[in-house]
Design a binder for this molecule. Sequence first.
Ligand SMILES: *Cc1c(COP(=O)(O)O)cnc(C)c1O
Length: 415
Amino acid sequence: MAAAGKTSTAGFTATIVHADRRGSIEHGSIHKPVHTAVTFAYDDARDLAAVFQGKKAGYTYGRQVNPTVTALQDKITLMEAGVATTAFATGMAAIGTTLFALLRRGDHIICSAFLFGNSNSLFNSFGVHGIEVTFVDATAAANVAAAIQPNTRLVFVETIANPRTQVADLVTIGDLCEQHKLIYCVDNTMTTPYLFRPVTVKASLVMNSLTKYIGGHGNALGGAVTETGNYDWAGFDNLYDSYKTGAVASWGINQIKKKGLRDFGATLGPEAAHHISVGSDTLALRMDRACSNAMTLCTYLETHPQVKRVYYPGLAAHPQHQLAKQLFRRPGAIFGLELADGLDCFDFINKLDLVICASNLGDTRSLAIPVAHSIFHEMGAERRASMGIDDSLVRFSIGIEEPEDLLADFAQALG
Ligand SMILES: *Cc1c(COP(=O)(O)O)cnc(C)c1O
């Protein structure tokens, strides 16, 4: 179903909930069944050889391909209006494996300085292993432009950063990458393809942690990388000749699948793929509700005397409010909050009743976490300060509860 997303005229949800059924499906089942077999038998050995040689479509071994996972991949390709998707065991596996498959020693990459904590840690590891890494404030494309070197291969940004909600200068960075023939990787986890499609700002590869909003229920881990078709892989000399088969747009993802998924083996399991696929049916409905809830809460909290600062792109005071308005259907459902001086963020979180104190985000349930003391603890005070992460900062991932119940919970916890 290559590029089907680009030609579909149905709405986002109508397309997604019928995606499985319109692919090849067993017995008229309306969900793609969970295929647990790790291998696939062939009556004719010549057919097996043809599949191994890429001359025929088919399934070989579960580390690389599985029909349930393929159905989910096709669904994500439709969501992102891309060309092809490869799924992984987690979002981190999708990011790490992709960079591992495409980069070589001596290459240089430019990353946003406001990255998801584990991505930040991962890129530092690439630095230790011979890839040069420059972190820049990606809210201004000029900082990316200033960091470009002759050996720069790739630029990696997130749409909305977590927890301070900085919005990357996505359009201008896309123009810059096109001009310098750089691979443009956009982590779309915070916005999801329902709020924003990175293909529209010239992204080459789109990363999604399926664990978050796409799966949406906190019951399965997964990740994906989607090829948008924007990048001219013919000009990228880190590709092996054996993966330069078929359309040029697929050369990069061919190598990610083989050198990355096949050789590294961070494979998404079929049960997790099924959970994520069912969860994704309601992505648009959940996002509409969660984003609306986040906007309601931030509007209330912004002027609350016990609150020092609220970081949310939906607020007019947010530095990238206009850009977020222009690019995203809604400003997301994540916000950061700093309490007024003298108030203890642990006490505040403990008083919340409906909101759960937990890691993770993009769940149907609202979640809160004291950032500096948990997910950003390992990087140390100095790096936290450079990322603008105050010790009192609490990150909220707002869920789909009724807005009046969430408002009441915040009011009693601050009261
Ligand atoms: C959670 C997250 C990841 C990693 O995803 P996992 O599925 O937890 O491995 C990557 N990027 C962003 C922006 C995330 O929020």
